[in-house]
Ligand binder design. Structure first.
Ligand code: SF4
Ligand code: SF4
Length: 282
């Protein structure tokens, strides 16, 4: 019988939210049975010691100033663990890009991060937190020794080659430029007035739903762009505009094309959708 892959999970500078997201994976017990858990800060596991692993999971950001973790300097500890591992999963936006706490392991926002030289063995799973099914998918693929197709930032294409806009129930409103007038409402698109970042956020939140039922835009909350390098941006609930034109437009579309389509949609009007918006707000 083959031995189980050894998994070491280290929590750097973060909030443990990524771990808590994973705890919501419905088949967590079965998945953990397929690995040998060498260490996890919150799950029952053997005492901490620096050692080799097949899969190292790094949750949280770095701090380059002295920041102790289990009596080690955090950056030195991560350096040791990365060298001793076969594969590294960077769990969460903090770990991949720095997020809200500090520097990322692979990237420091737009720039290459401290451990960029180890990119070849890294799989980036940004998200604040990442969806439990994304985490389980990557662990499962590694356990089964299957190839995961990655994009140029080492994110699994299966998850991040879409935007969170894809699959949103408000797409029809986006097409016709009919804007939601408030949070928590069902009708209208949250892009122009409420700051939704769905059209330029790499994620599959509207295809792989949270708790299998929902996503932020479905619940009437704009997408915060939590999988992206610059997360968290200022003015989360506001779409920056210049002379009425959104500063950020859907990925892959030129500003000219966006403005032309938006102008035509607004001028033609969709009475059926406008009526739904009016009915909801009366
Ligand atoms: S990515 Fe978000 S959820 Fe994960 S540790 Fe950082 S702040 Fe917490
Ligand atoms: S609410 Fe956001 S994700 Fe949904 S259609 Fe509008 S812009 Fe796209």
């Amino acid at each position: 019988m083959h031995s189980k892959p050894k998994v070491f999970w280290i929590d750097a500078v973060g909030c443990n939210g990524c771990s808590h997201s994973f705890f919501n994976y419905p088949e967590i017990k079965e998945l953990l049975n397929k690995v040998e858990l060498l260490y996890h800060p919150l799950l029952p596991s053997p005492e901490f010691k620096v050692q080799k692993s097949d899969i190292l999971i790094i949750e949280g950001a770095l701090k380059t100033t002295y920041f102790p973790r289990l009596d080690f300097n955090l950056v030195e500890l991560i350096s040791e663990l990365v060298k001793l591992s076969k594969k590294v999963i960077l769990l969460g936006t903090c770990s991949v890009y720095g997020g809200m706490f500090g520097e990322g392991v692979l990237f420091n926002k737009q720039k290459e991060g401290k451990f960029f030289e180890f990119k070849e063995k890294m799989i980036a799973l940004p998200g604040c937190p990442p969806h439990p099914e994304w985490i389980a998918y990557v662990i499962e693929m590694l356990v089964e020794n299957k190839n995961i197709l990655l994009d140029k930032e080492n994110r699994p294409k299966e998850i991040y080659s879409y935007t969170s806009h894809m699959g949103c129930l408000r797409n029809e409103y986006f097409e016709w430029k009919i804007d939601a007038l408030d949070f928590g409402t069902k009708e209208g698109c949250l892009f122009y007035l409420q700051g939704c970042q769905g059209p330029f956020t790499h994620s599959s939140c509207n295809r792989i739903l949270w708790n299998e039922v929902n996503s932020k835009p479905r619940a009437g909350t704009p997408c915060f762009g939590c999988t992206e390098k610059e997360f968290p941006k200022k003015n989360l609930f506001k779409t920056e505009t210049f002379m009425g034109i959104p500063a950020d437009i859907p990925l892959g579309v030129s500003k000219r094309a966006y403005l032309t389509i938006a102008g035509i949609a607004k001028s033609l009007k969709n009475d059926r959708l406008n009526k739904r918006l009016i009915d909801e707000n009366n």
